[in-house]
Design a protein around this ligand. Sequence first.
Ligand SMILES: Nc1ncnc2c1ncn2[C@@H]1O[C@H](COP(=O)(O)OP(=O)(O)OP(=O)(O)O)[C@@H](O)[C@H]1O
Length: 824
Amino acid sequence: MSNDFVMTIDDDDESVPFLDEEELEQEETAVTKKKGKKGKKASGVAPKDTGDLDPNFSFDAEGGGHMGAHHDWDFTAARAALRAQDEMQPGLSLDDIIARKRAQVKAKKSGKIVEPIEEKEVNEDDESEFQEALSSDEEGDDNGMEGITFDEDDEDVAEDGFGAGRDEDAGLEDAEAEEAELEDASEEESGSEGSEESESEEEEEEEESESEDDEEEETEFQKERKKAYFAPESDTPTEVAETFATMNLSRPILKGLAQVGFVQPTQIQARTIPVALMGKDICGGAVTGSGKTAAFVVPVLERLLYRSRQTATSRVLILCPTRELAIQCHSVAQKLASFTDITFGLCVGGLSRNAQEIQLRTRPDILIATPGRLIDHILNSRSFTLDHIDILIMDEADRMLEDGFSAELTEIVKACPQSRQTMLFSATMTDNVDELIRMSLNRPVRLQIDSTNATAARLVQEFVRIRQHREEDRPAVLLALCSRTFKRRVIIFFRSKAAAHQMKIIFGLMGLRSAELHGNLTQEQRLASLEEFRDEKVEFLLATDLASRGLDIKGIDTVINFNMPQNYAIYQHRVGRTARAGRMGRAVTLAGENDRKLLKMAIKNADKRTVKNRVIPQDVITRYRERVEGLTEGVKEVMAEEKEDKALRQAEMEMRKSANLLKHEDEIYSRPAKTWFQTSDEKKQAADASKSALNDPKKRKVVEPDAPKRDRFAGMSRQKRRRLQLSEEDHQDINSHAKSIKSAKNALKPNKIPKLAPEKTATKPQDKKKKKKKDVDFSRDLADASKQGVAAAKKLGSGSKFGGGKDKKDDKKERSPNVGFTTL
Ligand SMILES: Nc1ncnc2c1ncn2[C@@H]1O[C@H](COP(=O)(O)OP(=O)(O)OP(=O)(O)O)[C@@H](O)[C@H]1O
């Protein structure tokens, strides 16, 4: 298995050099000379990437964009919208509790008499929870161990990359089941906080539901379907602009780009911008950190410069799967639009709903949203609609197309006009027609820059082998890595919130400065953690997969995977938090026996020179293990204190709520009841479906083209049904007067934003007229019921119907998911 060979790094070093291209070669031969290179190593800091750019770096082989000036996105808008009311009063910070505990331990050691530690009731369950959380997904299935090829006692190199060729499925299910239990437990714990949002704002489900890892051979049938579904390659411009200046962008946009230091477009930007300006639907894929955000923001801004300004209208909707990503996207887009009059609205969970409602009434040009909160506004904010959305964009689209988001997405897509332009982006963008079909794309152009399995070019991937019988060493291995080798700018991923939280306490007790980021925190705490890490107030960010996608934090040197994630796509996103925009980065993954399959995939998809096997001497691990064991009591005490504090705050909040209720009883009861899109049960069902698809990707729900339409009121809450029925009754009373008001309103309807050809020539009114006529004729030809016409259209699939121009009436037919696929 020479292909799977990975070189070994001995971890008996205090620091690790960051490997330059040449060094990679040298190190490969010098693997066994363990300490020979110490002189070259950075002191105390893991990757020796100074943040400077590799002068030879380009985003693509042919030479794409070079990295520009540093610019951090910020939370200004999010902070301004953080809810002020109904939030629990801040209690003791975890850091305070930990600091106190540390002081007590120190004092005890030095023999000083200290105030006795208040006796905390330590629940027996807490102890087992503690052990479980840290080894949550580490329990392998012994049966799954058959066929391991390496020597059990071999502490050095596993020449087969830990026997990475081994097919390993067994044990994963157990791990996932256990993980689910943990997630559920932690969800319950957090249920009291922010329960108001629990039904509609769970975008950041941390249980995984990513796409299949297996690279299945594409069948002829699938190839045909894709051919029919996507626009032919000949539809995309072949010339690629080398600088933004040569892209025919307007001055305010160029100034915005210059301000953030973007001079040369990255490859995905160079390919996407001209196509997006033409108004075409796009499925875009490029490796993590390659600039996809600007690839969709720039053309949108450019087109909005040509909008009619008569009536304020929200014309663009950008959907993101997590709040943090939406906040980041909002900040980036605002920066790029600094020299324009384009307005933005941020519509995400965790921030004040009322403030958002007020903002939405001003009809900002671009809405950046998470699905849950957006639907909340569609259902509950008067006068808010998506009726005038011209462009719908989905960032991390493959994540959004998963079952967990399915119902929400369908609702949002239905609420947008069919004549919209739709653009989907992700580093792991799916081209699975079954998954894309629910977006009702219009003959999308596929812009796939890198392989969907690719990781960043300057990423070094290391793996630390965790043996079957040493699973309990994981915390010690992590602490050894973080105390001795990777000491700053490190993001560490855990599979569960409980594990991330408990490790935060251990880190704290060991004096390592860290922040946690997961769904059990309030939005305020989540933003604070990100800020602390961004501003280098803490060295470590302990996160769940909430942070695995899209987050762009400057200067993350190292990503550590405490556990291998459930699938390769998540692995790609996690390790993609480093080595962004041409910089160097390092990913270190603790890989157990059950992770062989993913390990094999990672090795297969990487440049072999950048894959390494890191070995940590057993005596070091034993030392750290003893330290972790010594902290067990302390961790339990901190957790007990935290629990007590939380219960106290909860009680205070309840009391305030009751007092409030008594004081404003009349006003509160006169408010219209809120409508939820999904009940807790429905939400749980969606999450279960998502999980089941993860365990068995073949179970992925495929939208049946001929699926019967649901009853109009099916699945609606009683309140919503009643509201709709009442509004329908009202509707029946509409007299001719109302009709005339409607037609007057129609006359005022905002014009669509014009599509721009790359050379900005397509807006000539005469040309437009001619083109439209041609398209209409084309559509009419296809709608012709002659048998020949139908047969031809079916043969070509839906693709044959889409001529490029969009007449609104024709669009209705074009966007129907039923079109074209029934016969293939
Ligand atoms: N043309 C450019 N020139 C220089 N830097 C750029 C350019 N475009 C984007 N960048 C920088 O590259 C980094 C990554 O960009 P972005 O976050 O859009 O990547 P992405 O492809 O969306 O990544 P992910 O898949 O992880 O979401 C950002 O820091 C951004 O400022």
